[in-house]
Write a protein that binds this ligand. Structure first.
Ligand code: DON
Length: 320
């Protein structure tokens, strides 16, 4: 990095430090218009008024605001990283035999398009059907071994050895997941899933139930912002090509069927989860974790999206 870009980065960091508390307070007002996810009963316990953010740069400078220390489950954010692990385990050709590369424009748990295409390959790895197919591709002798490999991979990326599964959320989802179960059985019938459906769903529900804070998301995002290499440790965790694939899916499908709107308003690769988390990144600069459990109608954190719009518009972060 030359002196000039160093200075720009410092100016940007100073501006963020100065403005972030006000921007967050303003975005927090949006919480009142959202609703905490209730279809997984355990998630309904979250505080709908909470909003937090953690931003980290390549030198390890962190800027935080709001309720950034509260743990929440990754939910669909985990799908980006199981996709990366599946690519590392199997290579591109095998993965894209099982999932497509296109957005659906439908809700994340919709089955509508599965029957419309032959063979019945889920449109992309970030909708539920696609992520369940990806869970089946993670290497391991049994569900327990696959779960351990996923958790270890996430720990490395977050640089946090204490990441763990949230058992209450896992149980809560397992007991109420009739729609995901029906999708998985459908995919098994069509030959997309091989193996025991309950074991595959166990892997899927488990990775959705990994507890993180905004700091963990920011650190994982930083690895993506630097093409798979953690700039703080110097470790290349993921091949650059696979990070490129993951970031492209984040742009086209990462915010469910609001991905187009998010690309226009924010213009950064991002992935949301129904517990209210959003992981996003500014390529070559920042990893960002946001959490606000009150969701909009599309299932994205209502205040979190507003805060990212504010940041991107003020700092001219849009890639487009
Ligand atoms: O399968 C589910 O419904 C949750 N475990 C994850 C949902 C979520 O965050 C949105 N998915 N794209």
């Amino acid at each position: 990095m030359n002196n000039h870009s160093h200075k720009n980065n410092n100016d940007e960091i100073n501006l963020i430090k100065q403005q972030l508390p006000d921007w967050l307070a303003n975005s927090r007002k949006r919480c009142a218009d959202g609703k905490v996810a209730g279809y997984i009963p355990e998630l309904a316990k979250a505080n709908s008024d909470s909003l937090g953010i953690h931003i980290i740069d390549a030198a390890g400078n962190s800027i935080t605001a709001g309720d950034c220390g509260i743990p929440f489950t990754m939910q669909s954010i985990s799908k980006v990283f199981t996709l990366l692990l599946a690519l590392m385990d199997n290579g591109e050709d095998l993965v894209f035999d099982k999932v497509g590369m296109e957005p659906t424009g439908d809700h994340f748990n919709s089955m509508l398009k599965l029957e419309l295409v032959q063979p019945s390959i889920p449109f992309n790895p970030l909708i539920n059907a696609g992520a369940i197919a990806i869970s089946s591709l993670i290497k391991g002798e049994n569900a327990g071994e696959k779960n351990n490999r996923i958790l270890d991979f996430f720990k490395q990326l977050a640089n946090n050895d204490s990441l763990a599964y949230n058992d209450a959320v896992f149980q809560s989802e397992s007991h109420t997941a009739d729609l995901n179960r029906s999708m998985a059985y459908f995919l098994k019938d069509k030959g997309i899933l091989r193996g025991n459906v309950d074991d595959i769903l166990n892997v899927y529900f488990r990775h959705c139930s990994i507890d993180v804070t905004c700091a963990d998301l920011a650190r994982m995002a930083l690895v993506l912002a630097f093409d798979g290499k953690d700039p703080l440790s110097g470790i290349q965790h993921i091949p650059r090509r696979y990070v490129q694939i993951a970031k492209t899916f984040m742009v086209t499908c990462g915010m469910y069927n609001a991905s187009g709107q998010f690309a226009i308003q924010v213009g950064l690769p991002a992935k949301s989860g129904v517990a209210g988390g959003i992981l996003t990144l500014v390529p070559g600069k920042f990893g960002i974790g946001v959490a606000g459990p009150a969701l909009n109608a599309k299932g994205n954190s209502i205040a979190g999206v507003h805060l990212l719009e504010t940041l991107s518009q003020n700092l001219k972060w849009s890639l487009f």
